[in-house]
Design a protein around this ligand. Structure first.
Ligand code: AGP
Length: 610
């Protein structure tokens, strides 16, 4: 949550800063701001709403040429409403220290009242504002800005990724990390900082990931990395794996549609090079065999869409590998006193690899001595690094706030893991091969589904005016129903609920009245007749069924107002195909309702606060 971008170098200007935070806008987008430092002067701009800024250049024109460093921020409000006053950068009393921040300062109230008693005047409701005032306070006693910066950080309780500039040293950006990601970009005559690599790739592909408890000073001609105690640390320069076109819309009206459309390739990338036909198993380089062999139970920790993938993962691991598996929301894990036995394997699933709740879960698991593996998309992300071992899903950058291609890639990786662990536990070679064959067919089958997008758009237009939807499924299609409902609610703001089909009779049936749309997921062979029963019960109460069924299931089509057929596959792989029309349906409904599909209200792509 919140995007940080900073630049140290002689050619810094507002356009570069704005371009940088635009590439981070998916992290938060209720307000934004920037600050350019030149000799003895900071120029500040703060705005509410989406990053635009025709006025930015004009306002900062006086700085051009003279500016040597700058910082910019896009905000997802935690403390204080999205107003200009609460936007970042926040400044000290003198207006010579500017700070941008991602995270939450938990002891801000106590710090604020101490600072106020010493005469500091606050002008915002943010927790962030205590930071520049603290630095200002320490500047009076510490030998230099860097020491004052580190001294201030020592008093903060909570999580932060911070970048700061000071008019007294206008060619530097000071940064630090504790709980919120910070990545440095090492360019020629410039050093950059951001909260993820996306805005860096326009300038350099050489990056350094700061770890928690580390800080850095950036200059145009280099950088110094150190611990929060001030001891020097040397860091490894790594290469960003993606390029600029990967993070651009490439002719699509929205990132979400681009990412839905990329699924034939992203699904393929998730299993490419990982299938070992001769042994009917998978090769997962990031996790050692001994670890997978000794696991007696698995505990999956995740949030949101990744949690839905985790639920499907549970069914896969129990069905194919016969390993008892539990799925817990990241935010619950720490507080629910989970039973972690010596042979429990804790699996974190996270697209971004930065979700604070999931990260907290993993830290708790490690504390209890569990082995942890990460299933992440973002290479080098905190969860991936803290787990130590894991499997990247290789979906490529996902920019739309609503997760789409990451979900299907997570499911492919979970399927590979289940086959792999299954083969160690008695899954036959033949069964292993059946799954691998079916996985290899998925990219083409996904393509066939994408070819139906005009038909799905037409269905979506017919339903765009409805305000309540039920999504109903069982077994593998129950978490798929949850995911379909989540997609619809997050981008179109329509109330949608995912229900386990048999549970309808235990309550949710009360919601069925004539005309209520029910998305009925009925593409699994094993329980298809049970779903047929559900279809009859809904039709008898005049619910309006939108069925997703296996190709050729005309019987179910007869009971439905609308039907979307999906190609045949094995039941455990059904969600990978079935979710694609659900994503398209949600997308077209949201577009028809005029919603901002890529940046839905109140949400952010990467939830880095607990
Ligand atoms: C999905 O569309 C979401 N925006 C959200 O639920 C997301 O999946 C969740 O915040 C977890 O994110 P992660 O996968 O990056 O950990």
């Amino acid at each position: 949550m919140c995007g940080i971008f900073g630049y140290a170098g002689p050619d810094v200007n507002p356009e570069i800063l704005i371009e940088g935070i635009k590439r981070l806008e998916y992290r938060g987008y209720d307000s934004w701001g920037l600050c350019v430092a030149s000799k003895d002067r900071l120029s500040l701009l703060r705005r509410v709403g989406r990053i635009g800024g025709v006025d930015a250049t004009a306002l900062m024109l006086g700085q051009k040429g003279a500016a040597q460093a700058g910082i910019a921020h896009t905000r997802w409000a935690t403390h204080g409403a999205p107003t200009e006053g609460n936007a970042h950068p926040q400044v000290d009393c003198s207006g010579r220290i500017a700070v941008i921040h991602n995270g939450i300062i938990e002891n801000q109230a106590a710090l604020r009242s101490t600072l106020e008693s010493k005469g500091h005047r606050f002008s915002s409701e943010t927790d962030t504002e205590v930071i520049p005032h603290l630095i200002e306070e320490f500047l009076a006693t510490e030998p230099d800005f860097s020491a004052a910066f580190l001294a201030a950080l020592k008093l903060l309780v909570g999580a932060y990724g911070i970048a700061a500039v000071w008019a007294g040293e206008p060619d530097c950006v000071h940064v630090a990390r504790l709980g919120s990601p910070i990545v440095l970009g090492v360019g020629k005559n410039r050093t950059l900082v951001a909260s993820d690599p996306a805005p860096l790739v326009a300038h350099t592909r050489d990056v350094i990931y700061l770890d928690d408890g580390e800080a850095a000073i950036l200059h145009g001609d280099g950088f110094e990395t150190r611990t929060l105690e001030g001891a020097p640390v040397s860091k490894r320069v790594q290469q960003i794996a993606f390029s600029l076109p990967d993070i651009e819309r490439g002719g699509f009206p929205h990132f979400m549609l681009k990412e839905i459309s990329e699924q034939p390739e992203s699904i393929h990338n998730a299993f490419r090079g990982r299938i070992v036909r001769a042994e009917g198993t998978a090769k997962l380089g990031g996790v050692d065999l001994a670890l997978l062999r000794k696991a007696k139970r698995c505990h999956i920790v995740a949030c949101g869409t990744s949690w839905n993938a985790g639920m499907i993962g549970k069914y896969l691991l129990e069905n194919l590998a016969r390993i008892p598996t539990q799925v817990t929301f990241g935010a619950e894990f720490r507080y629910s006193h989970p039973v972690i036995e010596p042979d429990t394997l804790v699996i974190a699933i996270s697209q971004s690899g930065e979700t604070a709740d999931t990260l907290a879960g993993i830290r708790e698991a490690k504390l209890q001595g569990a082995e942890t593996i990460g299933i992440c998309n973002v290479v080098g992300s905190t969860i991936a690094r803290e787990c130590g071992k894991g499997i990247y899903i290789h979906a490529g950058p996902e920019i739309g706030v609503a997760s789409t291609k990451a979900f299907t890639s997570q499911l492919v990786v979970l399927s590979l893991l289940a086959v792999h662990m299954g083969r160690m536990r008695g899954l036959s070679l033949r069964a292993g091969l059946l799954y691998l064959d079916a996985l290899e067919k998925l990219p083409d089958q996904a393509r066939q589904l994408l070819d139906k997008k005009d038909g799905i758009a037409a269905i979506a237009h017919r339903y765009a005016g409805f305000n309540n939807f039920l999504y109903v499924g069982r077994l593998y299609e129950y978490p798929t129903a949850l995911e379909g409902a989540l997609k619809l609610k997050e981008i179109s703001y329509i109330h949608a609920e995912g229900v386990q089909a048999a549970e309808m009779k235990h309550g949710p049936f009360a919601l069925i009245e004539p005309g209520v749309p029910v998305v009925l997921l009925a593409a699994q062979a094993e329980i298809r007749d049970k779903m047929m029963g559900n279809a009859h019960e809904i039709a008898a109460r005049q619910g309006r069924i939108i069925a997703v069924a296996q190709e050729g299931d005309e019987e179910i089509a007869k009971l439905a107002a609308d039907v979307i057929f999906i190609p045949k596959t094995l039941d455990p792989l059904v969600p990978i195909l079935e979710v694609i029309p659900l994503q398209l349906f949600a997308y077209y409904v949201a577009v028809a309702r005029g919603c901002d599909v890529d940046k839905p209200r109140n949400l952010a792509k990467s939830v880095t606060v607990e």
